[in-house]
Design a protein around this ligand. Structure first.
Ligand code: NAD
Length: 598
């Protein structure tokens, strides 16, 4: 594509409105049921190379990451604008997608585009260091902050579910969560088995966008994964992408292969086509206790994410259309049985944990079952110590589309952090196992920890990438972003902030401050969402992107953003009284005013 000539300047069209005059029911349009836009059909993924069609690389980066989210190789159902996580969308409707693309093409270097729930709603003159795009998705005022209100507003075409990285244009395919899943399981194995997962059987459900990382993360840790998934196409997709070794339609056959592999200490993974609740019941019936049991079906959404037992995918989809109330009831009833089975397996000796899909919260709310929380969430169990040190899933994309650019960044990490064995082992595994989806990208958990010059891990790495772009060793700019699931960017009482030491689980001031700080620090895209991972009303969380184009401005932004952003993780956990965070603050000289004044 060519660079646009003579793009509009600030004030030309400050409030872009999509052309909604196509005679289509708003609900259909809203849910992406319309024919995919011609513009999207032309792109089918991000543009690559060094030619740009926008006014500058920051805008071009926004356009490329949006289109990367909707790349058929990356997204789960791009023709419905769905990226992952149940109905997590990148734009509200195809008309809205078209308008966003047009706005990004025209956006000036001193302008900021505002996106409200997947719709471009305004464009203002700001300044060069300000974000080019500010995004707010799915947010509702407290009393109205629930799925019921959300679905009413969604049907009127007023709001969109952005999940975490879908509506913030930061999804990089299943590999985005792979390292987190790998690290979580490594930590679990260390704590529970004092080794890796060799010889251990992990039983789980859900092989969607995120859940699909589970089989590979288990085998990377040496273990065996038996995963139930109702939708055969999803199993096929994971097998084709190298995330899962085999597909099975016969439970007993899959079970016996999995047990054989575990006994032999061989890494092995199989996706079995069945409902996850039935699957766990089948294990109980046969008196098989896996070493680990968890789940990543989209239980956060009982209507559009989770499948009730007793229906094929097509039958369930038809029931949802015909009788949503009945669907909801059946779905929640299956979830209760699902949670009961996890509790029973835990009772019989399995290590059980919830993998961030709010299945415990759903059952507690629907059936008044406080005991649904009798098995832990993965964050307090395995992730929080890393959050205390500002460590989280930092990720970056090669806007050139050239895999060599990512391989050069891999080398840069090896040069910068030769002493970090766990990080280097991850890089080796990623190199060996990950097939890029869409724009080549990478994820590594990096944190605050400062060097002698006071630069955080993330800053050191970002500044190095920026230098490599400036020196021409990397072909085109790199867009750096992260998951919303990060150290200081989420309030989610059933997940990231479950069981905080000081009881501050539900306080959303922290992520809001995080987004404001990211804007002040000059990130290029900043977003604030409601309901990612665990469903509407259950979380507030934020994200950022910084475009490293080799310029001094990019370096200045990187220095600020990658200090302040992980720094939020340190101060948030120090404030809650975690000693690890208080130590990290002391070691890395993070200002904690109350402590400093004392
Ligand atoms: P997805 O919607 O892409 O995939 C969910 C999969 O579960 C689908 O393939 C679906 O067919 C399957 N499924 C639904 N109900 C089922 C049932 N009863 N039995 C068997 N299979 C069933 O979602 P995703 O992106 O994979 O995310 C999965 C869940 O994990 C979501 O709730 C999401 O919010 C949560 N999540 C977790 C993390 C994390 O870090 N652990 C991160 C993001 C999201």
């Amino acid at each position: 594509m060519k660079k646009a000539v003579g793009g509009s300047q600030s004030g030309d069209r400050a409030f872009p409105l999509p052309d909604l005059d196509h005679g289509m029911a708003e609900q259909d349009r809203q849910k992406g049921a319309a024919e995919p836009s011609e513009v999207w059909q032309t792109y089918q993924g991000a543009s690559t190379g060094t030619e740009i069609e926008c006014e500058g690389w920051r805008q071009e980066a926004a356009l490329r990451v949006l289109n990367n989210n909707l790349d058929p190789e990356v997204a789960e159902k791009p023709e419905e604008l769905i990226v992952y996580g149940g109905t997590g969308r990148a734009a509200r409707s195809w008309d809205d997608y078209d308008v966003i693309v047009e706005e990004l093409r025209e956006l000036g270097d001193e302008e900021t585009l505002l996106v409200q729930s997947g719709r471009a709603v305004g464009r203002f003159e700001t300044h060069e260091r300000a974000p080019r795009v500010l995004i707010a998705n799915s947010n509702l005022v407290g009393k109205w902050d629930n799925w019921e209100q959300f679905h009413e507003l969604e049907a009127k075409g007023l709001i969109m579910y952005g999940q975490m990285t879908a509506g913030s244009w930061a999804y990089i395919g299943t590999q985005g969560i792979l390292q987190g899943t790998y690290e979580t399981l490594a930590e679990l194995a260390r704590q529970e088995f004092q080794s890796d997962l060799t010889g251990r059987l992990v039983a789980t459900g859900g092989l969607g966008g995120m859940g699909g990382a589970q089989p590979l993360a288990v085998t990377m840790n040496g273990g065996v994964c038996l995963a139930a998934e109702v939708d055969e196409r999803r199993i096929d997709r994971r097998v084709e992408g190298g995330y899962c070794m085999e597909k099975a339609t016969d439970f007993d056959e899959a079970l016996s292969q999995a047990r054989e592999a575990a006994q032999a200490g061989e890494p092995y993974s199989v996706g079995v086509k069945m409902n996850a609740a039935d699957f766990l019941d089948a294990l109980l019936d046969r008196e098989i206790v896996p070493d680990v049991v968890t789940d990543q079906t989209s239980a956060h959404d009982e209507l559009e994410g989770y499948y009730p037992s007793g229906y094929s995918v097509d039958e369930a989809d038809e029931l949802r259309e015909r009788d949503p109330e009945k669907y909801r009831e059946e779905s929640l009833a299956t979830m209760e049985r699902h949670v009961d089975a996890i509790l029973e397996l835990q009772e019989r000796g399995a290590v059980a944990f919830e993998y961030g899909n709010n299945i415990r919260g759903q059952v507690e709310t629907a059936f008044d079952r406080a005991d649904a929380f009798d098995f832990p969430g993965f964050v307090p169990a395995y992730i929080r110590p890393m959050f205390c040190r500002g460590k989280g899933p930092f990720r970056w994309l090669a806007l050139s589309g050239n895999p060599a650019d990512i391989h050069r960044t891999d080398e840069a990490i090896r040069e910068l952090f030769p002493e970090k064995e766990r990080l280097l082992r991850w890089l080796d595994l990623a190199d060996e196992h990950i097939e890029f989806q869409g724009l080549p990208s990478r994820v590594c958990w990096l944190g605050y920890e400062t060097d002698a010059d006071g630069l955080t891990e993330r800053t050191r790495f970002a500044v190095r990438i920026n230098d490599l772009v400036a020196e021409g060793e990397i072909e085109a700019p790199i867009a750096v972003t992260r998951d919303h699931l990060d150290a200081g960017s989420v309030a989610s009482p059933n997940r990231e902030t479950e069981a905080m030491k000081d009881g501050s689980d539900a306080i959303a001031d922290w992520p809001i401050l995080n987004a404001l700080l990211n804007t002040a620090a000059g990130a290029d895209i900043v977003s604030v969402h409601d309901g990612g991972g665990v469903g509407i009303g259950n979380a507030i969380h934020t994200n950022n992107h910084v475009v490293l184009d080799g310029s001094d401005l990019a370096e200045a932004k990187a220095r600020n953003v990658f200090t302040t952003d992980p720094g939020m993780g340190v101060i948030r956990h120090a404030d809650a009284g975690y000693q690890d965070a208080i130590d990290a603050a002391k070691e890395s000289d993070v200002a904690v005013p109350l402590r400093d004044q004392r």
